[in-house]
Design a protein around this ligand. Structure first.
Ligand SMILES: Nc1nc2c(ncn2[C@@H]2O[C@H](COP(=O)(O)OP(=O)(O)OP(=O)(O)O)[C@@H](O)[C@H]2O)c(=O)[nH]1
Ligand SMILES: [Mg+2]
Length: 461
């Protein structure tokens, strides 16, 4: 079946039926009153995402879609029949845009999702609705409203989890036919694949995912060379890209590393988001001897960039399981360690970075605390520090016994003497202070005696 992924269509909802002007005419009933019925509503046009469709082909040939109009109202209180809505089936993953403005109206990404594109006109009211006590013979009725009309652009972006990328002839179709039941054409000439192919991959543990094989991308695809790069839209929604490198291609400006660079350049030109997706790089056709020879330098070149290369052969199936394990890991867990060679180094860099930040954050705090303490609590600091270093019991005793006697404690602190000098000098100049000192010393002795007693008792216990 032909694959069409972009169409322009015109949709028009049905108009509402007009309300009727009619009066009851019956034998023996004079002035029977208005009995004109309402018009029926026009049919709306809506889209529904159908998972069984894979192409917009139907809309290529029929571009005008009009829903039916509602019936007009009739006499004898008969309302017109409402028209049925028109439901247009589109594949899941269809984007609907307004053709004039380019505005995205909806992305039908869920099977069964419905979008009302054009609303049908409302039926007009019959004259029976306008009868009042003062106007018993209304000779008018309401016309039905016009249905909406709009020109739309439908764009299909296939919903796949894994996208296959590569130059023509890289072996993408061979790859998908090996891992899924998809059977696209495989041939030894470029651009064998002209439309995307989807394949359902049954991975182990009942896990499955959809893989998309798209036509090959070559240098200048963004300018329309080859088949252009519009097919990249079908891998835009993929979570992982598998980049197949044709290791058998050499000469004519082709070599594995330049192929890799060119394709990534084209991806970047298409969209930054797509080029930023995780890429699993697979070096294909390793059953060929010349391909094996090129593998070493290519792997080394990518290793230096932190990218791991998976050597595979789609023809023999060699290396496919390891590759699929990595693809599945990135897809289902989101971990990309396996596709980078220097993942641990990066991880450790991050780890080492975090504490460094913490340390830098704590340092200024400590400095600030130090500054604050030197001004306000210069004398308290040594007093507070020492007992902590020596013995917590001493601190308690000194506080209890001496109360405000910080001097003797300050004396002990040889290093903090300079800070404690001021109060000592001042107090030493007065007699009273000398006396207090002596008292304080005595109390300290007493306190130490008490402490030793307490220690002893503690030891007994
Ligand atoms: N020796 C060898 N040949 C392979 C391998 N994989 C694919 N081929 C051959 O390469 C050629 C192209 O394979 P395709 O699967 O059609 O390549 P493609 O990437 O889908 O090509 P396009 O659809 O043109 O973009 C075919 O002749 C395959 O038989 C492989 O692992 N080893
Ligand atoms: Mg192909």
């Amino acid at each position: 079946m032909k694959f069409v992924d972009e169409v322009r269509i015109y949709v028009k909802a049905g108009d509402g039926g007009n309300g009727a002007v009619s009066f009851r005419r019956e034998k023996f009933i004079e002035r029977g009153g208005p009995n004109g019925g309402d018009g029926g509503n026009g049919g709306s046009v809506s889209f529904v995402a159908n998972p069984q469709l894979t192409t917009l082909l139907d809309y290529r040939y029929q571009q005008h879609h009009r829903a039916k109009n509602g019936e007009h109202g009739m006499g004898s209180d008969c309302n017109g029949r409402g028209a049925d809505d028109m439901v247009l089936q589109v594949p899941v993953g269809t984007l609907i845009r307004n053709e004039q403005t380019g505005e995205l109206l909806v992305d039908l990404g869920e099977p069964g999702q419905v979008f009302l594109a054009a609303k049908g006109g409302r039926g007009g009211l019959g004259n029976m609705n306008y009868a009042t006590s003062t106007r018993q013979t209304p000779r008018f009725a309401q016309d039905g409203a016009q249905g909406e009309e709009i020109t739309l652009r439908l764009e299909l972006k296939l919903l796949a989890d894994v996208g296959l990328l590569g130059f023509p002839n890289a072996g993408k179709s061979t790859f998908i036919s090996r891992v899924s039941r998809a059977r696209p054409k495989v041939a030894d000439y470029p651009f064998t694949t002209l439309v995307p192919n989807l394949g359902m991959v049954q991975y182990k543990d009942h896990l499955s995912f959809v893989m998309a094989d798209i036509p090959g991308i070559i240098e200048g695809a963004s300018e329309g060379v080859g088949l252009g790069h519009q097919f990249l839209r079908h891998v835009e929604r993929c979570k992982v890209l598998v980049h197949l490198i044709d290791m058998g291609a050499m000469g004519d400006g082709r070599d594995p590393l330049s192929d890799f660079n060119i394709l990534n350049k084209e991806l970047k030109k298409y969209s930054a988001e797509l080029s930023g997706k995780p890429q699993v790089v697979a070096a294909n056709k390793l059953d060929l001897t010349e391909a094996r020879e090129r593998l070493g330098p290519f792997t080394e070149a990518l290793r230096r960039r932190g990218i791991r290369v998976y050597p595979v052969s789609c023809a023999t199936g060699e290396g496919m399981q390891v590759l699929m394990d990595s693809v599945a890991e990135v897809l289902f867990t989101g971990r990309t360690d396996k596709i980078h060679t220097e993942a641990p180094a990066k991880g450790s860099g991050k780890r080492s970075g975090a504490p460094a930040k913490k340390a830098s954050a704590t340092r200024p705090a400590k400095k600030a605390a130090k500054k604050a303490s030197t001004r306000t609590a210069a004398a308290r600091k040594p007093a507070a520090k020492k007992p902590v270093r020596k013995a917590p019991a001493k601190k308690v005793v000194a506080k209890k016994a001496a109360g405000s006697a910080r001097k003797p404690v300050a004396k002990k602190g040889a290093a903090k003497k300079a800070v404690a000098k001021k109060p000592v000098a001042k107090k030493a100049s007065t007699r009273g202070s000398v006396a207090r000192k002596a008292v304080a010393k005595k109390t300290v002795r007493k306190a130490s005696a008490k402490k030793s007693a307490a220690k002893k008792s503690g030891g007994r216990r």
